[in-house]
Design a protein around this ligand. Structure first.
Ligand SMILES: [Zn+2]
Length: 310
């Protein structure tokens, strides 16, 4: 029988056990192989749809992967209305299969959250989901859309990631996954919108050495690009093999041109990162802006996180 003093020591233990029992143990991120704690960088990129991360950060992701770093692309919606001809579960599965092939080419992992395309909202439930993913991945870097992008799912992805940018460190928010001791660095990918403020490139990466990989990865997402996605039509990819070949080449050329457009837009800042000679030769870049929430890296820290400069 317990003496009063034994009861005093036992009660807190029982209370702690009850807390543990009421918080279900979380498996690692479903379908994702958790990387070892090997000192390599851990990057998580959130895009609204299964193609956004790949467009915005596919080249830099391939560079990180080539150097043994760990990259996870998260599509916050399942993309199930992103086509002119088909929708629903069948489209979501098709898009999942396409991004999985793209991730294989880039050497990274991916996950698609089960939220309908076009219906994402910045709810507390979704905030919890993103906070858990960032913590479980033990992210050093988090990339997402800016919250003034054109598509509501892009905007709310940006808002949800901003909302996570402090909460990942708060122990009693989602206590089922340990809070982060160090706030990661949060970055935005570029867009063309000017209001309330245009995108500012705080770090610019040459992706020339992996541009073919990026174009292969984007080209494989046929539902989105060759077939034109939500605003496409049957005319884009006709049955004639010669016309199909041309369409695939046009998609590839279009993305290469888009990437060259960023290079010209940010060319004045390239010499902050590359020698004059090398900067002049760069054709394709990806760029990121530092979010004011989360960790605030100086230039030396950015060079550690983007170990690709000469
Ligand atoms: Zn999108």
């Amino acid at each position: 029988m317990n003496t009063p003093s034994n009861t005093r020591t036992l009660l807190p233990t029982l209370f702690a056990l009850a807390l543990v029992a009421s918080s279900p143990a979380r498996a690692a991120i479903e379908g994702v192989t958790m990387p070892p704690d090997d000192g390599k960088l851990r990057v998580i990129c959130f895009g609204a749809h299964p193609d956004d991360c790949e467009i915005q950060a596919g080249g830099t992701a391939a560079l990180w992967a080539k150097n043994g770093h760990h990259v996870l692309f998260v599509s916050v919606t399942n993309g199930d209305i992103g086509h002119w001809r088909e929708a629903g579960g069948a489209l979501a599965w098709r898009r999942k299969a396409e991004v999985q092939k793209a991730h294989k080419i880039l050497g990274i992992q991916g996950v698609i959250l089960d939220i309908h395309d076009g219906e994402l909202l910045p709810t507390v439930e979704n905030r919890r989901m993103l906070v858990r993913l960032i913590r479980e991945w033990k992210a050093d870097l988090v990339i997402s859309h800016r919250p003034n992008d054109y598509h509501p799912d892009h905007r709310y992805t940006g808002v949800l990631v901003q909302d996570a940018a402090y909460m990942v460190t708060v122990p009693f928010f989602c206590p089922d996954v340990p809070a982060m001791k160090k706030n990661p660095i949060f970055l935005y990918s570029p867009d063309r919108f000017q209001k309330p403020a245009p995108f500012q490139p705080d770090v610019i990466i040459s992706v020339d050495s992996v541009m073919d990989k990026k174009l292969d990865a984007l080209g494989i997402m046929i539902s989105q690009f060759a077939e034109g996605g939500a605003n496409g039509s049957a005319d884009l990819l006709p049955d004639d093999p010669a016309k199909q070949k041309k369409r695939h080449q046009d998609v590839r050329d279009g993305f290469a041109k888009r990437q060259k457009g960023f290079t010209e837009r940010f060319r004045g800042k390239l010499t902050e990162w590359y020698s004059q000679d090398n900067a002049a030769k760069i054709q394709h870049v990806e760029a990121f802006e530092i979010c004011e929430y989360g960790g605030q890296p100086d230039k030396a820290e950015l060079k550690r996180l983007f170990p690709f400069f000469d």
